[in-house]
Design a protein around this ligand. Structure first.
Ligand code: DC
Length: 221
């Protein structure tokens, strides 16, 4: 099986690039951030403090989380309901960042994530795919871009969706999430020793995709 691990900070373009790579090669795209977002949403719906590990861990036995492919698109189901749209708000982003710091949450998702890669050729994106989830991945990419550029992309995306957005707030959120993801004790965001870094700062989507493909093909040989 071929597995491409793509890690990096939020807003570096991981999911759109990973999705396109998977579509081009006929591999399965697995967005692991969506799984953390779904648990973040569930914690918010349940009214628990997302920073409180014991409270979040207590919710896990009552949680049914399923990742399904509908017309080739990954959809997330929470207790039978399709929450793929609901997990994309800023509020859920922050909740996901909190719950993903809890070792119990990471342990809960680990086997599901590994099972996808055992059974399929995958492009899997997240923060710890190359370091923890798939340490034996065929190719490891660390995809990054400057914080200002990532905030600008996020801001443009929110505006395009008609959501009220303020660039400085988005930038502060990007920095806060980077900080949470990099400095947590459990599976912090970092490049695996054998990852190829692809920096998309200043690149168009097509240029970034070409850079990603070049890195993948160089490793796959
Ligand atoms: O990639 P994303 O923005 O959808 O991820 C949501 C949050 O989940 C983000 O704060 C980082 C966290 N995450 C993680 O800790 N490990 C992963 N493999 C994927 C996401």
């Amino acid at each position: 099986m071929i597995s491409i691990a793509i890690d990096g900070p939020s807003g570096a373009g991981k999911s759109s690039l990973a999705r396109r790579l998977a579509a081009q090669r006929g591999w399965l795209y697995v967005d692991t951030g969506a799984m953390y977002r779904t648990i973040g949403l569930y914690a918010l719906q349940s009214g628990v403090d997302t920073r409180d590990e014991a409270a979040v861990a207590a919710l896990l036995p009552g949680l049914s989380l399923a990742l399904r492919y509908v017309d080739g698109e990954q959809r997330m189901f929470l207790n039978g309901e399709d929450v793929s749209g609901q997990i994309r708000t800023e509020r859920v982003s922050m909740a996901a960042s909190h719950v993903s710091a809890h070792p119990s949450v990471r342990a809960y998702l680990l086997e599901t994530q590994r099972a996808f890669a055992r059974e399929n050729n995958v492009v899997m994106d997240g923060r710890d795919i190359g370091t923890v989830v798939l340490p034996g991945a065929s190719v490891k990419i660390f995809l990054t871009a400057g914080a200002e550029e990532r905030a600008k992309r996020r801001y443009d995306e929110l505006c395009a969706r008609g959501e009220a957005a303020d660039y400085d707030t988005v930038l502060a959120d990007v920095r806060r999430r980077d900080d949470n993801d990099r400095n947590r004790a459990a599976a912090p965001l970092r490049a695996a020793g054998d990852a190829v870094t692809v920096d998309t700062t200043g690149l168009s989507f097509d240029e970034a995709f070409r850079a990603l493909c070049a890195a993948v093909d160089a490793r796959l040989g």
